[in-house]
Design a protein around this ligand. Structure first.
Ligand SMILES: [Zn+2]
Length: 289
């Protein structure tokens, strides 16, 4: 007989954390996703970081985007916020202290609760050689940076042990391209696209005024914003496939790692930007049935 992993909890939920990379809260709302809203109310929350790597590290510490509560100490907020994992995992004895000393959700789920832990990521900055790949049974950089459907088709759930999946979804990341769109038809932003061919995340963002050269025009930025909205609308149909594929005892969180600037105050993208819109993200979660 197969030996059950230490700490295995019968009846624990599968947990799927979906991160729409760069998806702004208002892009998400403008798309009016019909299927995703079955999870629960869409909240406006705040990312702890303005770009992909630190934000995913934070998410994998178990700290999901926050509500920016007033009149409370950070430690109190973490403690209270973390109790939500009892609902997510279908358990009752999880506390923030449960994660110590590693403070890393995949390692905790795998080593203490017997979860199978998997990540499928779209952005090369999160590739499997990074430090983020800790505590995962499998961790893959997907062949295409914009194909969530390919991830959904590879998800497997076992009755023997609960599963945790991190899905980093790239359709909502610049250039907001859907899988069927030929790269030569992607909109090009001077100074960004050439580097983006290597998906070199660090330079996708920054202040665009004041260099004597007008790099962006607002009409083009509005087009880009519309493309992000269209990507969310498309992803709603992919999430419908996901909902049909997951077992009943699956809890799902959908959020973003940071927002995106489309010309506000002279900024485009995310990263080295201090602006409200780079921290504002959508957040919704729940169990389907
Ligand atoms: Zn990102």
């Amino acid at each position: 007989m197969q030996r059950r992993p230490a700490g295995h909890r019968p009846g624990a939920n599968n947990y799927v954390l979906i991160v729409f990379d760069s998806c702004r809260y208002d892009s998400f709302q403008r798309a009016r996703p019909r299927v995703m809203k079955k999870l629960g109310r869409v909240e406006r929350r705040w990312s702890y970081a303005s770009w992909t790597s630190p934000s995913h590290f934070n998410l994998l510490m178990g700290l999901l985007p926050h509500t920016s509560p007033r009149n409370v100490f950070a430690s109190e907020f973490y403690t209270k916020d973390f109790l939500k994992y009892n609902e997510r995992l279908g358990l009752s004895d999880i506390q923030f202290q449960s994660l110590a000393p590693q403070l890393y959700l995949p390692a905790f789920l795998k080593e203490s609760l017997g979860y199978a832990t998997h990540a499928m990521v779209s952005l090369p900055v999160l590739n499997p050689r990074t430090i983020l790949n800790h505590g995962f049974d499998t961790y893959r950089l997907m062949p295409a940076h914009n194909d969530m459907r390919a991830m959904v088709r590879e998800m497997k759930f076992s009755e023997e042990r609960p599963s945790f999946y991190l899905l980093n979804v790239g359709e909502t990341h610049y250039p907001y391209a859907l899988p069927g769109e030929p790269p030569e038809e992607w909109p090009r932003i001077h100074g960004v696209h050439g580097v983006f061919q290597h998906l070199h995340e660090r330079v996708v963002g920054g202040k665009v005024r004041g260099h004597g050269e007008k790099m962006f025009n607002q009409a083009k930025l509005d087009l880009l914003r519309d493309r992000q909205v269209a990507a969310v609308r498309y992803l709603d149909s992919v999430v419908e496939e996901l909902f049909a594929a997951v077992p009943p005892n699956t809890y799902i969180t959908i959020t973003s790692d940071h927002g995106e600037l489309f010309g506000e105050d002279g900024y485009f993208g995310h990263g080295p930007i201090q602006h409200e819109k780079v921290f504002e993200v959508p957040f919704l979660e729940g169990k389907l049935r």
